[in-house]
Design a protein around this ligand. Structure first.
Ligand code: HEC
Ligand code: HEC
Length: 334
């Protein structure tokens, strides 16, 4: 079976579909963006439907540079998460490793044991603890929502977790993740043509056939090794494809003071974009995550009082500017 079909089949067919992580996909074109606002559907990819397949509970899987081994069933256990690289992070508090049944999926299942996250969620490693606590509270109060008003399962699941976790859970998770140093996961590549992207659970997989298509004015992030992504290996690498010229254009937005843009990103996020106080770091984070957040500020869907400065900034940015800013920030070392 084609690896992508196998991954999607596993997802649609078994454990993950029960968690609704792989809820029935809707073709991107069929989803309608918020009236009057330019929210591109390609920034919120959902998987194509695939045939069901049973999960293997016998064969042990391996990833490079790890002596651990897990079956496909264990890899998808949301309440005892696979930890491929236990030597790269401190001991996880219970909420990160096991969550709280039945609704609070372990934070580390999605954000990974060391908090580096995946493109469809967020890097938590190295965020200020108070910022983590505030964001979960904002998601719970609905002050923070996704720019995309149609279905986007990753955000819906985070919302369910914010709704049902306790303050003590979130405080423990925030303390834990804030102490870990993040590392960069995506290489930012300027390109005209890219491997044909197949939507898959909030990001894209490269088509196996080797076929290519024009990137156009999009930002498309995909894992270099889709199977390792699905195995939740925190060391798998991603490529974020951006239009030619994006990084230089983003650099100008990030650091250059002009009459029309008196506050470049660095004036608040710090000269290296590594964050200042409660202004979070953006250097080296997933470019597609950064873009989705800029869209959320621009559409007013991140409506918390603390987001006001970002709403003002995003109001001045076009979609191409946002792609460029995400490309530049994502290309910097965290
Ligand atoms: C099912 C997957 C999933 C699980 C489990 C999960 N999250 Fe999330 N989380 C997400 C997604 C998706 C986002 C991105 C939301 C968006 O796009 O705005 C997110 C975003 C966040 C953010 C915002 C980060 C930022 O940079 O602003 C915080 C903080 C967070 N999660 C904390 C937690 C904590 C704490 C737990 C465990 C109690 C947890 N999450 C469990 C999926 C998950
Ligand atoms: C005037 C200060 C200011 C400027 C200028 C600014 N930011 Fe921000 N940014 C913030 C604050 C404050 C937050 C936290 C918002 C919140 O708490 O909801 C933030 C949050 C963000 C986030 C969300 C991070 C996360 O963890 O979810 C992104 C992405 C971001 N900024 C990108 C940028 C980019 C790109 C630029 C330049 C084009 C920029 N910012 C310029 C103040 C600023």
């Amino acid at each position: 079976m084609h690896p992508i079909t196998r991954i999607a089949a596993v997802c649609i067919g078994a454990a993950l579909s029960r968690s609704a992580l792989c809820a029935q996909a809707t073709p991107a074109a069929a989803r309608t963006p918020r009236a009057g606002l330019d929210v591109p559907s390609w920034a919120f990819p959902l998987p194509a439907p695939a045939p069901a397949a049973a999960l293997d509970s016998v064969t042990l899987l391996h990833v490079p540079r790890s002596s651990q081994a897990f079956t496909a069933v264990q890899v998808r256990n949301q309440f005892a998460i696979p930890d491929w690289h236990p030597d790269t992070h401190p001991a996880m508090p219970p909420i990160v490793a096991h969550g709280r049944k039945p609704t609070v999926i372990a934070c580390g299942f999605c954000h990974l044991p060391n908090g580096v996250g995946r493109p469809e969620n967020a890097t938590l490693a190295g965020l200020p603890a108070a910022y983590i606590v505030q964001q979960v509270a904002d998601i719970k109060s609905r002050a923070r929502q996704s720019a995309w008003e149609g279905p986007f399962r990753p955000m819906e699941l985070m919302r369910a977790i914010a709704d049902s976790s306790t303050d003590a859970d979130i405080a423990a998770a925030a303390r834990y993740f804030s102490r870990i140093r993040p590392h960069q996961r995506a290489r930012v590549v300027e390109a005209r043509d890219i491997p044909r992207p197949i939507p898959a659970l909030g990001l894209y997989f490269p088509a196996e056939s080797g076929s290519v298509e024009p990137l156009g004015q999009r930002l498309i992030e995909m894992p270099v090794e889709p199977e390792r992504h699905e195995m939740r290996d925190a060391e798998v690498e991603y490529v974020a494809y951006v239009p030619p010229g994006s990084i230089a254009r983003g650099r100008a937005l990030a650091i250059t003071v002009t009459r029309t843009a008196p506050k470049p990103c660095a004036s608040c996020h710090g000269p290296q974009l590594r964050g200042v106080g409660l202004v979070p770091p953006i250097a080296g984070r997933s470019p597609s995550y950064i873009l989705r957040q800029l869209l959320a500020f621009k559409t007013g869907r991140r409506a918390a009082p603390a987001s006001a400065p970002m709403r003002d900034v995003a109001a001045t940015l076009s979609l191409d500017d946002m792609i460029a800013a995400a490309a530049y920030a994502g290309s910097r070392k965290p």
